[in-house]
Design a protein around this ligand. Sequence first.
Ligand code: NIG
Ligand code: FE
Length: 414
Amino acid sequence: MKTLIKNIKEIVTVSKNSKIKKGKEMSKLNSLKDAWILIEKDKIYDFGSKKDLFKIKQQKINRTIDAENGMVLPCWCDSHTHIVFAGSREKEFVDRIHGLSYEQIAKNGGGILNSAKKIKKITEEELFKQSLKRVHEVIKTGTGCLEIKSGYGLDTKEELKMLRVIQKIKKHVKIPIKSTFLGAHAIPKKFHSDPEKYVDKIITDMIPKVAEENLADYIDVFCDRGFFNPKQTEKILSAGLNFGLKPKIHANELDFSGGIQIGVKMGAISVDHLEFTGKKEIECLKKSSTISTLLPSTAFFLGLKYPPARRMIDNNLPIALASDYNPGSSPSGNMEFIISLGCLKLKMTPEECINAATINGAHAIELENKYGSIEKGKIANLIITENIPSISYIGYTFGKSVIKKVLINGKIYK
Ligand code: NIG
Ligand code: FE
C-alpha cells in the first residue's frame, strides 16, 4: 500500500541522523521545496523535489493526497502532559483572577489536591473516557507522540488507577505514548505533618507495585518550594531507578529549588519547567545530556516569569517545548499555541521552536528513532498545513490553526 503526498510547498525538518539539536543547531531547519513524499504502509518510504519525480513513476501508487501547496512537517512530540485528569478547575482560574496565587490555592487544599479528590470519585472507566477524548483532540491539533503522567492519585490505589488508564489509552490510540509515574506530585493532606511518611509510602509501596504491573516508563517528582525537596527527590528517584524507571522531573518552576541539580545528578532524561534557571543551573546542565523542557503555557496561564530560553540556547543547551496539558496550570494541549508562546515569550525563533517541538521533544521521550523528523524509514505521523507563506507563519498566527490534515501511521486522521 503506497500513498503519495503531492504538491508540497516545502517539507520541513528533513533530517539524516535524528540527532538532538543543541544551541545554535536549533536555528537550522532543513527543508526541501516543491516536494513529494511517498509513504509505504505506515512509514516514509521516500521523498524528493520536482526534479526527482521520475522516482515515483516506477512506483505503484494506491492513493494520492494533494497537499495543495501546503507545507509538511512531522507531528508534534508533546513530551510533558497530565492529560489524564477528572473534571476541571476553572473555579481556581477565577480565584486567581481575583488575586490568589497558584501556591495560595494549593495551600488551601485546591490545586493538585483538588484534582486528587476528583480522581478518587471517578471510576476507571469514566476517567478513561474523559481522557481518551482529550487525547483524540490533541492528535487532531497535530500531536503525534505523547507523554502522560499520573500524579492526581497520591495514593497507591488511585495512582495505579491513573496508570492503568494511561495503559489503556496506549492500546486504544495509534500514536506512541510514554507513561510517567508521578506519585510525588504533591503531599496529601493526611501526610502534611509528616511528609517523610509519604515519601516512604511512594518508595516502599507505590514504586514496587507500579513496576510489578509494568505501568510506567519514567518516574517524576515535583521538586519545588512547598512540594518535594532535593533530598526527598533524590531518594524517590533512586528507588525508581532500582526498578528501571528513568527520571524526568518537574524542577524550578516556583523557585531555585535545586531540582535541576538533582535531576542532572540522577541522570534525568529531561528536567521540565525551569522558570528559575540561573548561571549555576545552566553550568550544571551544560555538563550533562539532560534535556531542558520548557512549558511556556504554564507561565502564561499562571502569570509566572518565563525561563531564560535565550541564555540556555546561547549556552549550547538542547531545548524541548511541551504543553504540560493539565487542569490547573495549562488547560490546553495545543502545540501550535506553544510555538507562538515560544516565539513571543521565550524569544525563540520559529525554527528553534519547531525543532524543540518535534525532534527534541521526541528525544525527551526517547522516540527519536522513529518520530520527530522527516526521514526515510520513520513513521509517517505528519502534519499538512494550509498554503502558508512561510514556516514563521505557524508561530505568528495564533488562535487559529494552520493545520489542514494530520496523518497518523500514514493514514489521514483529520
Ligand atoms: O506541571 N507543577 C506541577 N504540576 C503541574 C500542575 C498540576 C496542577 O496544577 O494540576 C504542572 O504545572
Ligand atoms: Fe507538569
